[in-house]
Design a protein around this ligand. Sequence first.
Ligand SMILES: *Cc1c(COP(=O)(O)O)cnc(C)c1O
Length: 400
Amino acid sequence: MNTKDYIALEEQYGAHNYHPLDVVIDRAEGVYMWDVDGKKYLDCLAAYSAVNQGHCHPRIIGALKEQASKVTLTSRAFRNDQLPLLAKELCEMTGYAMMLPMNSGAEAVETALKAARKWGHKVKGISEDKGTILTCTNNFSGRTISIVSFSTEEQYKDGFGPFTPGFQNVEYGDIESLKAAINEDTIAFLIEPIQGEAGIIIPPDGYLKEAFELCKKHNVLFIADEIQSGLGRSGKLFAFEYDNIRPDVVIIGKALSGGCYPVSAVLSDREVLGVFNPGDHGSTFGGNPLGAAVARESLKVLVEEKLIENSFELGNYFRAQLNEIPSKHVKLIRGKGLFIGVELHEEAGGARRFCEALAERGILCKETHTHVIRFAPPLVIKKEQIDEALVKIKEVLLMP
Ligand SMILES: *Cc1c(COP(=O)(O)O)cnc(C)c1O
């Protein structure tokens, strides 16, 4: 079978809810991937930041294999010997008192929303028929019905109603908009400290701190969705660290398992996560020993291999070099760490043709929001590999 055969099968038997680049990968290691024809690519997407530790990291695969041969799933009806250690290590690393494990990012977001609502009703004292969670324009927090209920992306909602009430959008990055919306019935404010899917959007300096303080003043929970921006992607463990704040709730996923296995979690303190009683919420696979063992090793790799520092330093280098390319197509380059968006002018005709030209040259990345090319390679990338990518990126950005 070749590339065309695989694509034909997927198109025939798989639902068409994605529009992938036409490369069929069958092997990957570190920052590189190979397609079924043996062509080598440098991965500049890192599975939307799920493989921050690099593809098939030997330590993480080792932990996966070892745990897989012992016990994989107990369900939470019984306890296992990996979840307690993951919980302790994650809380010690992040400075939160408790964690709640789930699988996908969307499930962790749902969990945070449920925790916040329960806190709003049981602790803050908002009556059950009231209570609003404020969210941001151009948010992306997953694809469940409740989460798309607060999306501002028409396509994410089209045909999926009726929607979950209790959410209200404020303008991302605009403190006045948040001020105008916040009142005694506000339970929480959910925000991505850097909006990934919206095109690597960074709010104005000082905004997150002001928003956080406003929430504190009104006894509103500040919830940071760090599923994509977190765990080193932005050059810090969490992107909110740039603003010296400590959110009440932090949601993580993606790189929590080094891309090996779906593991997500909600981090918070006792006042919030303590609202859950046995039977209130759960997941068959959440907190399973295989996922927990993989997550423990993924976190150790992140710290011991200094991937967060590497992201910070090489992110600065990568952006500086991109800024040197005299391309008429580039409107703006932005990012923190190795979380980089290259926004193109409308006249460039969309980012996809640039991504396709890059793929031909062995660099894999994906357009986001039509006009932005996202560069977010695995954080194990080396300077020489960035230089190798830059040669190709330059060629492509200088196309007519
Ligand atoms: C990817 C992502 C999610 C959803 O995670 P899934 O694992 O795809 O459900 C939520 N929030 C942000 C910021 C994300 O980037």
